[in-house]
Design a protein around this ligand. Structure first.
Ligand code: HEC
Ligand code: HEC
Ligand code: HEC
Ligand code: HEC
Ligand code: HEC
Ligand code: HEC
Length: 221
């Protein structure tokens, strides 16, 4: 943050929080008129996508008209409401896919992490048993796995999807599905070993979610 920002905050501390917002924005270096909205466009459904104007206009030098015309309305949320926004439509050259086709810009079926966000919070399943935990960071950062090594073959990009399937069981894992695609004793430790690295149990679940550790004991009485 620059000095102007700090002094703007100082002034507005006296003037009240209403002004804080406008002062802080006005002193940002990013020229909103020339480069488009400062805050990223975030689409939540079906999976989170983040689009930065700054990168496309300020850094890459695209004109507003490259997108605002046929491809996108100048209003957040219009594209998702068409119901046509998906990886399939991108692959057909629509929306972001008009440029992200492997020629003008990197193709939409590569570099998933550029547009999508790796979930920071662990994925925790409570069905059929409580509880199994999965950490993205361990797999993507520590072991360097690409998003498409799991998505969308072994797993949908949606928390809870596997859990709603009746075959999300150890048998399926032993058959090479879900985690068992890799946890087969070759690519990664086998699914019939080290139970507790994946299974955190009820106690681990309570610790992680901050649930009352005595809740289960009490319900047992
Ligand atoms: C590479 C594509 C691209 C370029 C270039 C681009 N935009 Fe956008 N813009 C978008 C997308 C995508 C959205 C969100 C549309 C949606 O959600 O349907 C958007 C939304 C907007 C919005 C609406 C923001 C809101 O909060 O509702 C404004 C204003 C805007 N753009 C201005 C600009 C201006 C000004 C320029 C040129 C300086 C520009 N854009 C260049 C892709 C682009
Ligand atoms: C008018 C053409 C155009 C459109 C439409 C477009 N992009 Fe891009 N985008 C580019 C170009 C050109 C680059 C830079 C070249 C490259 O990285 O391949 C780029 C780069 C990017 C990057 C890399 C940014 C970085 O930090 O290096 C991301 C992420 C991205 N675009 C996301 C999107 C998303 C999401 C959409 C749809 C909402 C979109 N783009 C629509 C042209 C476009
Ligand atoms: C250029 C940006 C971009 C890149 C790169 C990209 N996606 Fe997407 N993705 C989108 C957009 C836009 C949507 C539709 C809007 C939404 O879901 O919020 C989407 C939606 C999805 C969906 C929801 C269901 C569907 O099929 O549409 C999945 C799953 C998905 N992407 C997976 C991936 C995977 C895996 C990769 C890498 C192989 C990838 N994406 C790369 C932009 C991108
Ligand atoms: C080793 C496997 C694996 C890899 C690699 C992986 N994921 Fe996932 N991802 C999962 C699992 C498992 C889920 C939860 C699916 C379920 O509950 O059915 C998930 C869910 C998600 C979700 C949905 C989160 C939510 O709150 O709904 C997103 C977004 C996601 N992954 C993005 C990514 C991105 C981006 C990458 C690459 C950087 C990536 N994943 C790499 C296994 C993986
Ligand atoms: C695409 C391959 C792949 C898939 C699918 C996969 N993993 Fe892994 N996982 C690995 C690799 C590679 C390692 C590191 C090597 C090892 O520990 O054997 C690892 C390590 C782990 C570890 C040890 C983490 C640590 O702290 O070192 C746990 C726990 C784990 N995986 C859980 C899971 C769970 C739960 C699933 C299913 C939801 C899953 N993995 C799916 C490849 C995968
Ligand atoms: C690589 C991760 C992983 C390892 C290792 C693992 N499990 Fe699982 N286990 C899962 C997942 C994922 C599920 C399904 C989600 C849930 O039940 O919460 C599951 C479900 C189960 C279930 C309920 C479903 C069924 O198959 O009956 C039992 C019981 C179970 N595991 C026992 C074990 C035992 C015992 C071990 C050690 C010999 C073990 N698991 C090792 C990931 C693992």
């Amino acid at each position: 943050m620059n000095k102007n920002f700090v002094s703007a905050v100082g002034v507005t501390m006296l003037a009240g929080t209403f002004l804080l917002v406008s002062h802080a924005t006005a002193t940002e270096e990013y020229d909103v008129k020339a480069f488009g909205p400062k805050s990223p466009i975030v689409w939540q459904k079906p999976v989170k996508v983040v689009f930065e104007h700054r990168v496309h206009t300020d850094d890459i030098g695209l004109e507003c008209g490259a997108c605002h015309g046929e491809l996108f309305a100048m209003q957040r949320g219009v594209a998702p409401r068409t119901g046509k926004l998906s990886m399939a439509s991108l692959a057909e050259g629509q929306f972001c896919g008009a440029c992200h086709d492997g020629e003008t810009a990197f193709a939409s079926d590569t570099n998933c992490i550029a547009c999508h966000v790796v979930p920071e919070d662990p994925i925790v399943w409570t069905k059929p048993v409580k509880a199994v935990v999965f950490y993205h960071q361990v797999h993507t950062e520590e072991y360097g796995l690409d998003c498409d090594s799991c998505h969308n073959d072994a797993f949908a990009m949606k928390k809870g999807a596997a859990e709603n399937s009746s075959n999300f069981t150890m048998k399926a894992l032993y058959d090479g599905q879900y985690c068992g695609k890799c946890h087969d004793g070759e690519t990664a430790f086998a699914s019939n070993t080290l139970c507790n690295t994946c299974h955190i149990g009820v106690k681990g679940y309570n610790r992680m979610t901050g649930a009352d550790p005595h809740a289960d004991e009490q319900s047992g009485h």
